[in-house]
Ligand binder design. Structure first.
Ligand SMILES: CC(C)(COP(=O)(O)OP(=O)(O)OC[C@H]1O[C@@H](n2cnc3c(N)ncnc32)[C@H](O)[C@@H]1OP(=O)(O)O)[C@@H](O)C(=O)NCCC(=O)NCCS
Length: 275
């Protein structure tokens, strides 16, 4: 049975709300409002073996905005694409925040992490929010490569619009940047194909959906840990000072053997979707 969940105060008065969008044969996007079962299934979406990025489990801000908290606080901003049999095949998570409060800005250099903290502050303070920020789009491994990510992004834009917002911003993690961890992000994002679209496939999805690159968030996601933790997360030795390339890392990790610490500071790409 579906149970209605509490609505976040900051946007409780905004209407109309999206409950589902039809998207293709047998598929629909729904919000998680009143759908605890779907939320549980969407949370359990598997990560393919060897995908890399397992070190992200040490991302402290991401722990603050866990899936459970996101879903309990902002169910209307949590989208799930359901397949023909009603099973979740992709999810798209976003949060509202107030970009115009003193000390805030629309595209902070601390990207994903900064907006996540602001969204949490705004929820605690019941602040009036003006911008939606994408946190994640994930497609079930068995359904990748079928163009579903663009569908979820479109639904996220539409959802933000229906909730009364005029912009969605996204700290985008270019999906093939990890093939070139030493290339500066600025150089990487400027690479375009002959049709003018970004070389990176994930940036291309955003560009096709109408997104505009507005800058680089140099320190968007940070993971710090002891060398023992890093060995556990990656299986690598971490016995030398300096830069170490890790699977799934968009940039190398900086290692200090004397301090017994390694730090990963990931740059993301700010993309604006005016809606
Ligand atoms: C990134 C992700 C969301 C893409 O979803 P998807 O539905 O498989 O992607 P699509 O089928 O819509 O393809 C999008 C583009 O990427 C390309 N692409 C897909 N898989 C690719 C691959 N393995 N290597 C290179 N390009 C690829 C497609 O050709 C397409 O580009 P095009 O239309 O210009 O040809 C999905 O791989 C995923 O869930 N990854 C893990 C989570 C993640 O990294 N999310 C993004 C950051 S939040």
């Amino acid at each position: 049975m579906e149970t209605a969940l509490p609505i976040a105060h900051a946007w409780a008065g905004r209407r109309p709300r999206l409950h589902h969008q039809e998207c293709g044969v047998g598929m629909q996007v729904v919000t998680l409002l009143g759908r605890p079962e779907t939320a549980l299934q969407a949370l359990r979406m598997p990560v393919p073996q060897g995908e890399g990025g397992t070190f992200m489990q040490g991302h402290m801000v991401a722990k603050l905005l866990s899936f459970k908290r996101l879903y309990e606080r902002w169910p209307q901003f949590m989208l799930v694409l359901l397949g023909e049999n009603g099973e979740p095949i992709a999810r798209g998570l976003s949060v509202p925040f107030a970009s115009q409060l003193p000390g805030r800005e629309l595209y902070p250099s601390h990207g994903w992490g900064k907006v996540a903290v602001w969204a949490a502050e705004d929820a605690l303070d019941d602040a009036r929010t003006d911008t939606v920020c994408a946190l994640e789009i994930m497609v079930h491994p068995e359904h990748r490569g079928k163009g579903l990510s663009g569908m979820v992004l479109q639904a996220m834009r539409e959802n933000a619009k229906q909730l009364g917002y005029s912009r969605l911003i996204a700290p985008v993690r270019p999906s093939i940047k990890s093939d070139e961890p030493s290339t500066p992000m600025e150089e990487f994002v400027n690479r375009v194909r002959s049709d003018g679209l970004p070389v990176d496939p994930w940036l291309r999805v955003h560009a096709r959906a109408g997104g505009k690159i507005t800058g680089i968030a140099e320190c968007s996601q940070t993971v710090q840990g002891s060398l023992e933790q890093w060995r556990h997360w990656t299986g690598l030795p971490f016995h030398e000072d300096g830069e170490t390339v890790v699977p799934g890392g968009l940039v190398p990790v900086l290692v200090s053997v004397r301090q017994d610490i390694a730090t990963y500071t990931e740059p993301n790409v700010w993309v604006l979707h005016s809606i």
